[in-house]
Design a protein around this ligand. Structure first.
Ligand code: ZN
Ligand code: ZN
Length: 346
């Protein structure tokens, strides 16, 4: 039997004793050693999630040790330290064949949830394509960054920044700061606009040359534009990455980029929201817009190489550690703007 956290109602977490997962063909049960908090989990904690009817298990960023393997698993044995993501494409649908596996027809419905537990069961496609051995030099908590880093690797691959470009990151949460880390590793100059003095301070510590506290709305947009013009000889940013998922952030992204620049609309906006777009800016200024969603197996592999090879150091983003039974308290702290990501150690 194992302990698992269940979200039974908004803001209510219960711990239940459930049977240990028994892996079927190709599957692997993992003893979770570290699980991270993420914006999606926080959103679910606050108001539930349409795709996660309660009571539900949750948590999706994790690493751990193989606890049991199903028939036919050849590449992992019990006791192996592993890192994985919580989804894998089918490999057969139209999108998979078009090498857009992030948009695979079944990738969302087959993903696994439940990393806030002593064990989690990896499906066969995840074991086959998106699970890796964790090197001893990498901590379990850093290894648990595989999923969020894969999202950012995918986003940056569509953004295609050039060395020496100036990129403005809008939003200083976990994803904004992960962008700072990866872009700096690629030799891109970074400036950050966001909220929270401590997070902006961290952005600077991670290599952003400039971090300004701006609460974005239509009124402060011209202020933000002036700030960016000041550091770009009036041009605007070569690249902009929008990580807030808010309409005002999207508008700011389109306003802050230079002629011929690229905007990555990385943050997912609320359902059915619409954004008025200045068509002449889009056309005559030749603004490119990319809107990365999720990640492909090649992004997961690249994220793995970066973490395992020491190409990026994500540990500054871990704001604290807690035990599984303190989960609700951890989300309350995040809700109050404390910290970036917490590691839960079941
Ligand atoms: Zn597919
Ligand atoms: Zn995540």
């Amino acid at each position: 039997m194992i302990q698992a956290a269940f979200l039974v109602a908004p803001r209510r977490v219960e711990f239940r004793t459930v049977p240990s997962p028994i892996p079927g063909p190709g599957e692997v049960a993992v003893r979770v050693r570290a699980a991270l908090t993420d914006g999606t989990d926080l959103k679910a904690f606050r108001r539930g999630h349409p795709k996660m009817p309660m009571p539900t298990r949750f948590g999706h960023e994790f690493s751990g040790d193989v606890a049991a393997v199903g028939p036919g698993v050849a590449n992992f044995v019990v006791g192996d330290a592993i890192m994985a993501v919580h989804s894998a494409p089918c490999g057969r649908c139209h999108w998979c064949r078009a090498e857009q596996e992030n948009l695979c027809a079944t990738i969302m419905e087959t993903k696994i949830l439940g990393a806030y537990a002593e064990q989690i069961l990896l499906s066969r496609p995840i074991v086959e394509r998106n699970t890796f051995s964790k090197p001893a030099s990498l901590s379990y908590e850093a290894a648990a960054f595989l999923e969020p880093l894969a999202c950012v690797v995918h986003g940056v691959s569509l953004l295609a920044p050039r060395e020496g470009d100036l990129a403005v990151v809008i939003g200083a949460g976990g994803f904004g700061l992960l962008h700072v880390i990866l872009l700096r590793a690629l030799g891109v100059r970074v400036a950050v606009i966001g909220r929270g003095a401590a997070r902006l301070e961290m952005a600077r510590a991670l290599g952003a040359e400039w971090g300004r506290e701006v609460t974005l709305d239509r009124r402060t947009l011209s202020e933000a534009r002036a700030l960016v013009e000041e550091i770009t000889d009036g041009r605007g940013a070569d690249r902009v990455i929008e990580c807030t998922g808010q309409v005002d952030g999207w508008l700011a992204g389109l306003a802050l980029v230079r002629r011929g620049g690229t905007v990555s609309l990385f943050g997912g906006p609320p359902p059915r929201s619409t954004v008025p777009i200045d068509t002449s800016r889009l056309h005559y200024d030749q603004i490119s817009v990319v809107s990365p969603f999720h990640f492909r197996p090649r992004d997961v592999r690249r994220a793995y190489e970066l973490l395992a090879g020491g190409g990026v150091d994500v540990t500054p983003l871990i704001s604290g550690r807690s035990e599984l039974h303190e989960l609700a308290r951890v989300f309350e702290r995040l809700e109050h703007g404390e910290g970036v990501k917490f590691a839960v150690l079941p």
